[in-house]
Write a protein that binds this ligand. Structure first.
Ligand SMILES: NC(=O)c1ccc[n+]([C@@H]2O[C@H](COP(=O)([O-])OP(=O)(O)OC[C@H]3O[C@@H](n4cnc5c(N)ncnc54)[C@H](O)[C@@H]3O)[C@@H](O)[C@H]2O)c1
Length: 455
């Protein structure tokens, strides 16, 4: 079997056709935009408009409450259910909603599987998953099979099999399955997207993204990630477990899954030093933490080549002391945008970055409509500088209006697949690994993501 098609290969391809046909028309009026084979897949999936989207949020640790608070302030959305392993975390959010004068939300929790009841509730249309990584795919799959749309924190899945399961389940159930890649809605990222869409950077050639964020102290904090899930993942895996913050926006600039797609990748990791050093410094040389084996290399560098001959470099480092960066760099035949800090160089003047005044003028000319119209509200709401707000605003708007979502299940799967594929390459001394085409050729026909708005 061809490596390119992966474990599921041709048999699954045929099975998908059958499943999609069988499912077509069975799910509450949802349909896909497009014709023929493309219409069976779910790029451009549209469902009947929902006047009020009823959201159930699972996972109310560090991240989840922020989503509850944003949803509570959006039109056309109501938080109707809350769940956490620690029931009091759900109750605290219920109390918060009450204090804000919002309608009551049902509370679930107190056991490993209480979330299933939330997925089964007929008062929930959209399940929002904000739990530890290993629970994302099981929760999303269960919810879709109970007729719910799902929005899942990053990474949506941690294995290629889970990615295929998500694609096949979304196709079969005609449910939305969107990874919540908030960085696609960042102010600089949306400005870069506009420069790409309007041809200012020419033909795109190369992108660079990253997640460079020193989380060592948080990983070792017993009151941090619940059950220390992130540290545990670092003990068991190498490669890049969190590629999408840097890579997702680059994929949107380059129309990945919508005119181009990944071909293969190669990935190399440095040795692991940072976690061990942190453990020695904090707990002592003889501590269990210092003697532990951590498999995650400090710096991972993954290089992806696309079918149309472009390249994307993605890095991950969450252990060494350094300022935060997602790199966010895109180069085309006419210029380059780089971030951290934001810079642009264009045309025959591109040997140097443009002046602050020139950059300000360019930003004003190519401001994305979402930031133009809702930037002030986004900044006020907060959440990573406002991008969390725009992500959920746009998600709610699409469901209210019955529009396709900006991030499809194919994006969700492709971006998440790099978690396992980068690890596979690292373990083979950086050997190239083919990336599955989750759209099975649909990327050649899918229309590029437009310059989206909220009316
Ligand atoms: N997009 C972003 O900018 C961003 C930022 C932070 C975190 N995240 C993602 O959000 C997710 C959560 O991260 P976090 O920092 O909030 O972690 P966390 O550990 O603080 O929170 C996870 C919550 O899930 C709950 N949980 C665990 N098992 C459960 C179960 N069986 N049923 C119900 N609830 C359960 C935990 O009790 C905890 O409250 C992760 O996937 C992370 O990668 C994304």
């Amino acid at each position: 079997m061809s490596e390119k098609l992966g474990r599921r290969g041709f048999i699954k391809q045929a099975a998908w056709m059958g499943a999609a046909l069988a499912a077509a028309g069975k799910t509450a009026g949802c349909r896909t935009l497009g014709r023929g084979e493309a219409a069976m897949a779910v790029t451009g999936l549209v469902c009947p408009p929902m006047e009020t989207v009823r959201v159930g949020v699972i996972g109310l640790g560090a991240r989840g409450p922020g989503a509850v608070h944003i949803y509570a302030g959006l039109p056309g959305i109501q938080v109707t259910a809350l769940c956490d392993l620690y029931k009091e975390r759900a109750e605290n959010q219920q109390k918060w909603l009450k204090e804000k004068g919002k309608p009551d939300a049902a509370v679930y929790g107190g056991s490993e599987e209480a979330w299933k009841k939330l997925c089964e509730s007929d008062k929930v249309d959209l399940v929002h998953v904000t739990t530890p990584w290993l629970l994302h795919a099981p929760m999303a799959l269960y919810a879709m099979r109970r007729g719910k749309h799902v929005a899942i924190e990053v990474p949506a899945a941690v294995t290629v099999d889970e990615c295929w399961d998500m694609v096949e389940t979304a196709e079969k159930t005609r449910r939305h399955c969107m990874m919540l890649e908030n960085c696609c809605y960042g102010e600089s990222e949306m400005f870069a997207f506009m420069l790409c869409r309007m041809g200012v950077l020419g033909d795109l050639i190369h992108g660079e993204g990253a997640y460079l964020h020193d989380l060592a102290s948080y990983k070792f904090n017993k009151n941090g990630y619940q059950g220390m899930w992130r540290l545990n993942f670092s003990k068991q895996h190498t490669g890049n477990p969190y590629p999408m913050h840097g890579m997702g926006p680059i994929c949107q600039y380059m129309d990945i899954n919508r005119g181009d797609t990944f071909d293969f990748l190669t990935s190399v990791s440095s040795d692991q030093r940072g976690l061990s050093q942190f453990a020695v410094d904090k707990f002592g040389k003889e501590s269990a933490e210092a003697k532990e084996t951590y498999r995650l290399g400090d710096m991972n560098t993954t290089l992806i080549r696309t079918r149309r001959g472009r390249t994307i470099m993605v890095q991950h480092n969450t252990t060494n002391p350094r300022p935060y960066s997602r790199i966010n760099t895109i180069t085309g035949t006419k210029g380059t945008l780089a971030d951290y800090p934001l810079r642009v160089a264009l045309g025959d003047k591109a040997h140097g970055w443009m002046s602050d005044a020139e950059l300000a003028a360019l930003k004003a000319k190519y401001v994305h409509p979402l930031w133009d119209k809702k930037g002030e509200a986004a900044r006020k709401s907060g959440g990573h500088g406002g991008m969390d707000y725009l992500l959920l605003l746009r998600l709610g708007y699409c469901l209210n209006k019955g529009l396709p979502l900006d991030i499809s299940v194919y994006d969700t799967a492709l971006w998440s697949s790099v978690v396992e594929l980068s690890e596979r390459s690292v373990l083979k001394r950086g050997a190239s690994v083919d990336v599955p085409d989750f759209t099975r050729g649909g990327w050649k026909r899918a229309a590029p993501l437009g310059i989206v708005d909220v009316g």
